[in-house]
Design a protein around this ligand. Structure first.
Ligand code: SAH
Ligand code: SF4
Length: 369
């Protein structure tokens, strides 16, 4: 089997080159070809010594996950579906905005964490993506989207907010993040790369050490009672521990705040009292809030909070000095909005899937108020 060079960050590639008897500067040269120029064909790497090119053709490959589909939404959002083998596929979404272009990248085929309102979680878990499959999404999307007329890349920001829990795939995530930041690869600033986590506390500490980037934490509830039901990982890492981990993360973070994501579920977590409880919860954590109107999917069992409820909730937070934004729903005509990513996942976990919303709600003990 040929070695997939997309699996290596700079350090890994240098080590592999050393094993082949090649100097570090050669590794750097090839890294630039692959990631800066998006070249996958060694023969085209014209300033690389011919002998080395031949060696690479024999021993290595640049193998991103193949594109299964590429759809454009009316609002410019573009959704890619990538084949990750064995009948599994993951989704990657490009979101153009006036001042930036954000790529939303997946980290796992499915997700084991079973958040009640998430389509990915509903499908079960198959496996972690490899580093090549994570960075390969950016590599492919960059090739598809190209550069601005001035030569700037269209993709200026990356968020790990696609399918899967990135911090549950830590070892494969870190080299991919390092490539995003590497000046010889994508050269993104730490502030423009965001990891979103449902709150895996020990891995938040490890991320702070290994590769501190911007952090978003999926909060979704002000109390342990409710969060245990909506985000079941809360039973393992409850809110007090999560808040303490956020404070520790800020010591290393490239930004001086944590972004809390909060999905607005009608009658579940969207009352004035919930907003006030949040203010109390986050009192010691410098933060911003990003409210996400719930994006429905078949049989979800939840409803989106009405727009005036979202506004009122946002104003309670804002009146107490917390910068609060409400996420615009983008790409919902192509099922590319947050939490709608389904890809195609063969569940390997032993849980029951395909339950009806009623029974699901009963099983998590949730009543609409
Ligand atoms: N696993 C990570 C990152 C992927 S999900 C995490 O949970 O943070 C990115 C965001 O979309 C998370 O905040 C998640 O809770 C939210 N989300 C999931 N399902 C959603 C839905 N149906 N509507 C709106 N947001 C949703
Ligand atoms: Fe997994 Fe995030 Fe979905 Fe929860 S919200 S099931 S952690 S992808």
């Amino acid at each position: 089997m040929r070695v997939n060079l997309l699996d290596f960050d700079a350090e890994g590639l240098t080590a592999w080159f050393a094993q082949q008897g090649e100097k570090p500067f050669r590794a750097r040269q090839v890294l630039r070809w692959i990631h800066q120029r998006g070249e996958g064909d060694f023969a085209a790497m014209t300033d690389v010594a011919k002998l080395l090119r031949e060696k690479l053709v024999a021993a290595a490959a640049v193998s991103p996950p193949p594109t299964l589909s590429d759809r454009l939404s009316d609002d410019g959002t573009r959704k890619f579906l990538f084949d990750v083998g064995n009948g599994n596929a993951v989704e990657t979404v490009f979101i153009p905005e006036d001042d930036r272009g954000t790529l939303c990248v997946s980290s796992q085929a499915g997700c084991a964490l079973e958040c009640a309102f998430c389509s990915t979680g509903r499908q079960g878990f198959n496996r972690n993506l490899t580093t090549a499959e994570i960075i390969g999404q950016l590599w492919q999307a960059n090739r598809a989207l190209g550069v601005e007329p001035g030569g700037e890349r269209i993709i200026s920001n990356v968020v790990l907010m696609g399918m899967g829990e990135p911090l549950a795939n830590f070892d494969n995530l870190i080299p991919a993040l390092r490539l995003m930041l590497d000046d010889n690869a994508y050269g993104l600033s730490r502030r423009r790369v965001t990891v979103s986590t449902s709150g895996i506390v020990p891995a938040m500490d490890r991320l702070a050490e290994a590769c501190p980037v911007a952090l978003a934490v999926s909060l979704h509830a002000p109390t342990d009672g409710l969060r245990d039901k909506l985000v079941p990982i809360n039973r393992k890492y409850p809110l007090a521990e999560l808040m303490a981990a956020c404070q520790r993360y800020l010591v290393h973070a490239p930004r001086d705040f944590i972004t809390f994501e909060y999905v607005m579920l009608d009658g579940v977590n969207d009352s004035d009292a919930d907003a006030r409880a949040l203010l109390h919860l986050v009192r010691d954590v410098p933060c911003k809030f990003n409210l996400i109107p719930f994006n429905p999917f078949p049989d979800s069992g939840f409803r989106r909070s009405p727009a005036d409820r979202v506004r009122r909730f946002a104003s309670i937070l804002a009146d107490h000095g917390i910068v609060t934004t409400t996420r615009k729903t983008r790409g919902d005509d192509i099922d590319a909005a947050c939490g709608q990513l389904a890809g195609k996942v063969k569940d390997k976990s032993r849980r029951v899937i395909g339950v009806s919303p009623g029974s699901l709600r009963a099983s998590i003990g949730l009543e609409l108020r």
